[in-house]
Design a protein around this ligand. Structure first.
Ligand code: 5GP
Ligand code: ZN
Length: 136
């Protein structure tokens, strides 16, 4: 996909600060980080969202995710680490090549994930559960 910025990074047409690479996966520093060390991990093969990846690519990303997260966490003396992955525009996805954000956390970094937790109404949890189970 020549019009995809992350495919162009994979191809080496656009430079990146490479953190990790294997046969199927590339990780590099985000160009506009929320904090120093904010890293993006992507499958080398183009897929728009998590749902468009093959199980093999998803598994490769999962394995690399743990490895890269551990290095980012340890290397930057982080106290915590968020993993975030956006699918489709409504979730905040801006680059339509699947990517995982790895965000090392430190006290006072000023980053807060909005988490407006809600309560289920009567019977709602069971009906939601059934909808998900039917979709496998
Ligand atoms: P999204 O909002 O799609 O989940 O995140 C896209 C991320 O890609 C953003 O955090 C943005 O800063 C990053 N990004 C966009 N273009 C480039 C680029 O050319 N190089 C790098 N390293 N990061 C990029
Ligand atoms: Zn792409």
């Amino acid at each position: 996909m020549t019009d995809c910025i992350f495919c162009r990074i994979v191809a080496g047409d656009i430079p990146c600060a490479k953190v990790y690479e294997d046969e199927k996966v590339l990780a590099f520093l985000d160009i506009n980080p929320l904090m120093p060390g904010h890293t993006l991990l992507i499958p080398k093969k183009h897929a728009e969202t998590l749902f468009d990846m093959s199980p093999e690519e998803a598994a490769a990303c999962g394995a690399a995710l743990q490895k890269v997260a551990a290095a980012v966490f340890k290397g930057l003396d982080a106290e915590g680490l968020n993993v975030l992955q956006n699918n489709y525009e409504i979730s905040g996805q801006e680059i339509f090549h699947v990517h995982f954000h790895l965000m090392p956390r430190k006290t006072g970094d000023g980053f807060k994930v909005p988490w407006p937790a809600k309560k289920y109404g009567p019977g709602e949890m069971e009906s939601v559960l059934q909808k998900i189970l039917k979709a496998f």
